[in-house]
Design a protein. Structure first.
Length: 209
């Protein structure tokens, strides 16, 4: 069995905080009056907290599993095919990173691939050889977290933002959906940077061996 740590499990708490934040934002926009009534009852508060603790792992498991890794990558990089940053590892990303010795990589893996699928395959092979490095694990974890947060933000945008834009008060709904779009775009930009950094960290470490 692999000794590789379960990086995604380390992100669970942050994912749950993000999910809870989106639920709270939704409630504050559209259910404020009902929330006040519920929270005025101590028994209701206790029931809500207890139920939340019990079903939180299940809810997060379902929400985070609604989209495949391929779809999540598409939502981050806006590419239907070859969305993963590893598909541009040698042709684009490595050339922009001064830490990477391209001559050394060419010696080790001559010729370097040019097709996106082949680039990703070789990059993944190199990653597997260096996955125990602390810097690689850290950047991998950040990318996975950003990818899952981006996917969750997109789901909230589609599943709660768009329906309320049609059914809710026009001004409130418009402001709410703009908040969701802004959050999604912010996560897209951050996750792209984390993904690209993850790819180049792998190549940088390999090139100095």
């Amino acid at each position: 069995m692999s000794n590789e740590p379960d990086l995604k499990s380390k992100n669970t708490f942050i994912l749950w905080v993000f999910f809870s934040f989106n639920i709270a934002m939704l409630a504050s926009f559209f259910f404020a009056e009902n929330i006040d009534v519920i929270l005025s009852d101590f028994k209701s508060i206790l029931t809500i907290r207890t139920s939340g603790v019990l079903i939180a792992p299940l809810i997060l498991f379902i929400v985070n599993g609604l989209l495949t890794p391929e779809i999540k990558a598409t939502l981050v990089f806006w590419k239907v095919k070859n969305a993963l940053p590893g598909c541009r590892s040698f042709s684009v990303l490595a050339k922009k990173d001064n830490r990477i010795d391209m001559d050394r990589l060419s010696e080790l893996y001559n010729p370097l691939p040019t097709l996106p699928q082949h680039q990703n395959k070789l990059w993944y092979k190199i990653y597997k050889l260096n996955r125990g490095d602390q810097a690689i694990q850290s950047s991998h974890r950040r990318f996975l977290l950003g990818r899952d947060l981006t996917a969750m933000a997109f789901l909230f945008l589609v599943c709660s933002g768009l329906p309320f834009l049609v059914l809710g008060d026009s001004n409130i709904s418009l402001f709410y959906i703009l908040c969701l779009v802004f959050l999604y775009m912010l996560l897209v930009l951050a996750t792209r940077n984390y993904g690209n950094r993850f790819v180049t960290n792998v190549l940088a470490i390999e090139s100095i061996k």
